[in-house]
Design a protein around this ligand. Structure first.
Ligand SMILES: *[C@@H]1O[C@H](CO)[C@@H](O)[C@H](O)[C@H]1NC(C)=O
Ligand SMILES: *[C@@H]1O[C@H](CO)[C@@H](O)[C@H](O)[C@H]1NC(C)=O
Ligand SMILES: *[C@@H]1O[C@H](CO)[C@@H](O)[C@H](O)[C@H]1NC(C)=O
Ligand SMILES: *[C@@H]1O[C@H](CO)[C@@H](O)[C@H](O)[C@H]1NC(C)=O
Ligand SMILES: *[C@@H]1O[C@H](CO)[C@@H](O)[C@H](O)[C@H]1NC(C)=O
Ligand SMILES: *[C@@H]1O[C@H](CO)[C@@H](O)[C@H](O)[C@H]1NC(C)=O
Ligand SMILES: *[C@@H]1O[C@H](CO)[C@@H](O)[C@H](O)[C@H]1NC(C)=O
Ligand SMILES: *[C@@H]1O[C@H](CO)[C@@H](O)[C@H](O)[C@H]1NC(C)=O
Length: 444
């Protein structure tokens, strides 16, 4: 803690003694503080309810204010949370905020706040555990001051600002962090992977969309075994997806898209049973699709724009929750199943395979070498986009089993035969492209 901050804490303590320790005094103090904060922001319209002259005596009912209901710490009236997102606030974070001595949660996201990281204003908030400054216009290279925040900090969200320079080593001063969101800023250079790797409680880590120096995925992150949400897109990652990251068994979202990843997709990715969202698109990954897929809870898979080859194994049948599958622009092959989701794998009547989830809504597989014909049955399908493949056969005679389609895009295949009259049953269709096939007839 810097000397400036220490001094401020001492002064605050003296004032507290002079004012007495009773809860009512604390609460009155908090009311005055709220009024000072409002004034500091130029009495913005969204804080109109924070009016000391108005009848509402209880400041705990003011917009965005939450008070403690803990009898031990002072009955009521003590402000513990400020939730001031989407309030069109401008200017900087007022120093008075930390006169709210019991403040644990401060949400200022989605405003138009400017200035540097408000360390001087926030370092006195000794109980702060949650700070959300996402989606503002904060800037500057002095984020090392985050080390002056309360060591009790659990959630720090600086996403979507204009912070620049290096990600500070000072993250290590916040050992209780569970979320660290630094994505979508202007950070550069090398981020402190070893220090971040020591934040053993991290559940959410986002470093995406920053102009870091090209570097591999840090093996130090393999220690973050509680990680659930891992967003590392568009940040100049090179090299292979490390085997060591197989330790991250709690992951539900893994996003390494839009980097320069090379090599094959490691087997562990397809085995993490908690994984729901997998985005590895826009890299230069090679190798075949996996034979064994036990990550049965996958909801979205985007592998588009890589150099993958091979076929989808029967194990993709097991992804019952899959709604989005993008395989565009690879070198994949194999025959599409005629019916998506019609047959249970255990059905004794018809043993034909499903291969793609019955719940699938979105399939993109353009620019590959897929064969077979357009699915006949896919009742939940909204988008089927498979341009430039080797699909053949005819369009399904009864298109009513594709009734939810919004987009059907299959140009440049080998589809033959008539355009079925039932195409007019696709009442939701907004986009249709059948060009570059050998179809005959008109759409009536
Ligand atoms: C009330 O505050 C005291 C002192 O901070 C704390 O020990 C206790 O757990 C709190 N009780 C509740 C119900 O939050
Ligand atoms: C936000 O403030 C600007 C002026 O600073 C005003 O033009 C705009 O209408 C406000 N928007 C909302 C949603 O209050
Ligand atoms: C910022 O991160 C916190 C913690 O993960 C999260 O609760 C909050 O919703 C995020 N804010 C925005 C604006 O997404
Ligand atoms: C990553 O690949 C893109 C092209 O896809 C290339 O322009 C860029 O230089 C590469 N960056 C690194 C760090 O290799
Ligand atoms: C692909 O990734 C590069 C960075 O490697 C990025 O600049 C580009 O916008 C990405 N393209 C798409 C379509 O996402
Ligand atoms: C699919 O989603 C449902 C509902 O969210 C969930 O109960 C189930 O465990 C998920 N996984 C599988 C494999 O069905
Ligand atoms: C695609 O795979 C075929 C073999 O299936 C191979 O001959 C061809 O070179 C591959 N093309 C690319 C661009 O990798
Ligand atoms: C249909 O697809 C072809 C081939 O991709 C493309 O050239 C054409 O512009 C598309 N037509 C429309 C109307 O989008």
């Amino acid at each position: 803690m810097s000397n400036t901050c220490l001094l401020a804490v001492l002064v605050g303590g003296v004032l507290l003694l002079l004012g007495g320790e009773g809860s009512s005094q604390l609460a009155v103090g908090d009311r005055h503080t709220l009024v000072a904060i409002r004034k500091g922001w130029g009495n913005p319209r969204h804080l109109a309810s924070w009016d000391p002259a108005a009848a509402a005596a209880d400041h705990c009912s003011w917009e965005g204010v939450t008070c403690s209901s803990n009898a031990t710490t002072g009955g009521g009236g003590v402000v513990t949370e400020l939730s001031l997102h989407d309030m069109n606030l401008t200017g900087t974070v007022p120093a008075a905020v930390c006169d709210l001595a019991s403040l644990t949660r401060l949400d200022l996201s989605n405003n138009q706040l400017t200035g540097a990281f408000p360390a001087a204003a926030l370092c006195r908030c000794s109980r702060l555990r949650f700070l959300d400054l996402a989606n503002n216009a904060l800037h500057g290279a002095h984020t090392r001051d985050i080390g002056r925040l309360s060591p009790a900090m659990e959630h720090l969200n600086l996403s979507s600002n204009r912070f620049s320079g290096a990600v500070p080593l000072a993250v290590a001063a916040l050992p209780a962090l569970r979320s660290l969101l630094l994505d979508t800023n202007r950070f550069t250079g090398v981020y402190p992977a070893a220090e971040i790797g020591k934040l053993a409680g991290l559940e959410c880590l986002t470093l995406a969309v920053n102009a870091f120096a090209p570097a591999p995925v840090p093996v130090a992150f393999a220690k973050l075994t509680k990680l659930i949400y891992f967003w590392m897109s568009e940040m100049n990652i090179i090299g292979e997806i490390p085997k060591a990251l197989s330790s991250l068994t709690e992951l539900t979202q893994l996003d390494l898209s839009s980097n320069n990843l090379t090599g094959a997709i490691p087997a562990w990715v397809w085995r993490h049973e908690k994984l729901e969202y997998l985005y590895l698109n826009n890299n230069t990954l090679i190798g075949e699709l996996p034979r064994t897929v036990t990550a049965v809870n996958l909801i979205e898979i985007d592998l588009s724009t890589n150099q993958l080859r091979g076929e989808m194994s029967e194990d993709f049948d097991n992804l019952r929750n899959l709604t989005f599958l993008s395989l565009n622009r690879n070198n994949l092959s194999g025959e599409l199943p005629p019916d998506l989701g019609k047959h249970s794998p255990l059905s004794s009547i018809d043993i034909s395979r499903t291969v793609i989830s019955p719940n699938i809504q979105w399939i993109e597989m353009g620019n590959n070498k897929f064969s077979g014909s357009i699915p006949r049955t896919a009742i939940k399908l909204l988008v089927f986009s498979a341009e430039n493949n080797q699909l053949d056969g005819e369009l399904p005679a009864d298109m009513s089993k594709l009734a939810n389609l919004i987009e059907l895009k299959v140009p440049d295949n080998r589809i033959t035969g008539p355009i079925p009259a039932s195409i007019k049953l696709l009442l939701n269709l907004k986009s249709l492209n059948l060009s570059g096939n050998q179809l005959i007839g008109a759409i009536s």
